[in-house]
Write a protein that binds this ligand. Structure first.
Ligand SMILES: C[S@@+](CC[C@H](N)C(=O)[O-])C[C@H]1O[C@@H](n2cnc3c(N)ncnc32)[C@H](O)[C@@H]1O
Length: 199
């Protein structure tokens, strides 16, 4: 089973299996993403769109959310939620999404980073589509070890691991990101990095 099929199968029950405190955790992700009214945001691996209401609260009606996923079934669940017209749900793979360059203020990767087979390629895409000064956020609201334990139980994603803070810091810094910050708490993980402003 490939990853797309794996996530297609999980889609119908995805929301039921979320932790009861997931909303507070997602609110913390959005707060650390420093979103502003009118921002254009790329929500990568949106799944059933759990992060979208939080993003919408922060960016308002003038903001735009482009939410992508490789799983048709996840997107079908997201579509049923009836998001407003400033939310665009698109079937796309982050590693080859092909958006215009310099269009997003934020690229948010919630609970998806380990699933990129080519992580440097996905990070390059995030860099390419972000405006100078824009932020990339890679988050795991239940924490790195919980995610890695969960993935280890499923063959399709068994090798998909959240990197420890030092490794994530090294990767982002080596690829040219600035202001890199990694929070790696027992039950919360978030890496944030800025695309440099033009000199
Ligand atoms: C663990 S789920 C997280 C979903 C959602 N972000 C959340 O927090 O509930 C990971 C999602 O990422 C999607 N995904 C995996 N690889 C992807 C890729 N290369 N590009 C876009 N989406 C991807 C999967 O289909 C799945 O819906």
């Amino acid at each position: 089973m490939n990853k797309q099929e794996f996530f297609d199968r999980l889609a119908a029950s995805w929301d039921e299996e979320e932790r009861p405190d997931i909303y507070e955790r997602l609110a913390r992700v959005v707060s650390l993403s420093c979103l502003r009214g009118g921002h254009t945001v790329l929500d990568v691996g949106t799944g059933t769109g759990v992060l979208i209401p939080h993003i919408l609260r922060a960016v308002g009606e003038r903001g735009v959310v482009v939410a992508i996923d490789i799983s048709r079934e996840m997107l079908r669940q997201a579509r049923q939620k009836g998001f407003p017209p400033n939310v665009h749900l698109i079937l796309a793979d982050m590693q080859r999404a092909g958006f215009q360059p310099l269009v997003f203020d934020r690229v948010l990767c919630n609970a998806v980073f380990p699933h990129f087979d080519d992580k440097e390629r996905a990070l390059y895409e995030a860099w390419r589509v972000l405006r100078p000064g824009g932020l990339l956020v890679i988050s795991h609201p239940i924490g790195r070890e919980a995610v890695n334990r969960l993935h280890a139980q499923c063959r399709a994603v068994a090798e998909d691991r959240v990197p420890a803070a030092a490794r994530m810091y090294e990767l982002l810094t080596r690829l040219g990101w600035s202001d890199v910050k990694v929070i790696d708490e027992p039950e919360f993980y978030l890496a944030r990095a800025r695309k440099r402003e033009l000199p």
